[in-house]
Design a protein around this ligand. Structure first.
Ligand code: GLC
Length: 439
């Protein structure tokens, strides 16, 4: 398919500009009215190509909500008046932690630490730009501190892999990966704090997480809150305790970016190098599953791998974690899906009974994941597959709009004219801009 690249870029830039609210951006209007952690990393990457000031302000706004312990929260509630989102800042009640940001208010959990690699990309896009270099130097220690948070508070066994205690921290809210852990949670309706969700009144409920899942999200939020969001009680008590393949791959990628940048900017990176060595080693040893021919997450409660083939394990390519043989297996898998008439990369194993082509992280294609997998495939020299991953996303966006996520079955795409979830989505726009600029 031929794309009108100029038109796509123009539309994408307009979306990013329209989604700005003051000095930060929202993922899209209505559904997500605040600043989201990893979304804003991608937003900054997109702005880097055409508005450096906005790229810088995006990350500065995000880090204005960083906690003293280093955590960058998954949502920054820049406005306390906006009431259309649940759970809002008052439900999170982060004042329970003395080092939490109170201005702006925030949530109490984190998301994939993309900012290290985003910063490296910004510097690569603008190698001579004084403003970007000065910004890189000023934000560098804050990003390191956010990694320090993960290693200090989330590496229970000191093996280099960090845990999450809430599915939202993985960025893949309702992936089937979490089903087993969530099933462990017994909800006592009398004890669950009463709440009213908003997402399913704004978006099609059939594309959103179920009510049973939502009760469990609220249960885990509460467990975090009573433990001040960083207390040892979390690792001790949480029924959901996972070393996720994606968050750890992104951490490793960002560690490497910080090490590269440190050399360039003359900043000492010894601490990061030590983290990196151990993380890489444990990721390789603990998360590879030969039967699946992919990396997996690890459930720290049951002490076993979470055996599903999905986009988190595939994203290990982006951090250059797989050896050549493993990378080949992942590449072969993606090509097999392509030959079976799927757009790639679906977020979950299309052959699993748990696959759901419409429901959020249980199957659809996510633009920013394609962006990462594209980079990873290129790093291993799988140019042809990388080109397909890029072309598939551009085709989906051209046909179905800049939506949040997309159908993967070509037979279904032929019958629809709109993508899934929110419209005019920021990371969709950014991924398109960067994929087109970075030929
Ligand atoms: C959903 C996604 C998450 C994203 C957020 C805002 O919760 O699962 O990854 O950050 O929306 O776009």
């Amino acid at each position: 398919m031929k794309f009108n690249k100029e038109k796509l870029i123009k539309e994408a830039q307009q979306i990013l500009v329209n989604n700005r609210r003051g000095k930060f951006s929202i993922p899209c209007s209505k559904l997500y009215p605040f600043q989201w952690n990893w979304d804003s990393g991608f937003v900054s990457l997109g702005f880097g190509h055409f508005n450096k000031k906005f790229a810088i302000e995006e990350l500065e706004s995000l880090f204005s909500g960083q906690w003293q312990n280093g955590m960058v929260p998954h949502i920054i509630f820049h406005s306390e008046k906006e009431k259309t989102y649940f759970p809002n800042y008052d439900f999170w009640g982060t004042e329970i932690n003395a080092g939490a940001s109170m201005k702006p208010r925030t949530s109490g959990i984190t998301q994939p630490p993309v900012h290290g690699f985003v910063l490296e990309e910004l510097v690569k896009q603008n190698p001579e730009n004084e403003e970007i270099l000065a910004f890189a130097k000023s934000i560098f220690p804050k990003i390191v501190h956010s990694h320090r948070f993960l290693y200090q508070y989330r590496d229970r066994d000191k093996d280099g892999l960090v845990f999450i205690f809430h599915p939202w921290e993985s960025g893949r809210d309702n992936s089937p990966l979490w089903d087993e852990s969530l099933d462990r949670i017994v909800i006592d309706p009398a004890k669950l704090r009463p709440y009213q969700r908003k997402d399913n009144t704004i978006s099609d409920p059939s594309e959103r997480p179920t009510q049973a899942q939502y009760d469990r999200y609220v249960y885990l939020l509460e467990l975090g809150r009573v433990n001040a969001y960083d207390g040892p009680g979390i690792a001790a008590e949480s029924p959901f305790l996972v070393q996720d393949s994606l968050i750890n791959a992104i951490l490793i990628k960002s560690n490497q970016s910080l090490i590269n940048l440190g050399t360039q900017l003359n900043i000492d990176t010894k601490e990061i190098e030590e983290w990196q060595q151990q993380s890489l080693k444990t990721y390789q040893e603990k998360l590879w599953n030969e039967d699946l021919a992919c990396f997996t997450g690890y459930d720290l409660r049951s002490e076993k791998q979470i055996k599903h083939k999905e986009i988190g394990g595939i994203s290990s390519l982006f951090a250059e974690i797989p050896n050549q043989e493993q990378a080949k297996k992942i590449n072969d898998y993606l090509m097999s899906l392509h030959h079976r008439d799927y757009f790639i990369c679906p977020s979950f194993d299309v052959d699993s009974p748990l696959f759901d082509s419409k429901r959020y992280w249980r199957g659809p294609i996510w633009p920013q994941m394609n962006w990462m997998v594209h980079q990873g495939l290129k790093a291993y020299g799988y140019e042809a597959t990388a080109d397909i991953v890029k072309a598939d996303l551009l085709e989906l966006v051209s046909k179905l709009g800049f939506t949040e996520y997309f159908e993967s079955q070509k037979s279904v795409v032929a019958t629809i004219d709109k993508g899934y979830g929110g419209e005019n989505f920021s990371w969709t726009a950014s991924s398109v801009i960067d994929l087109i600029y970075n030929q």
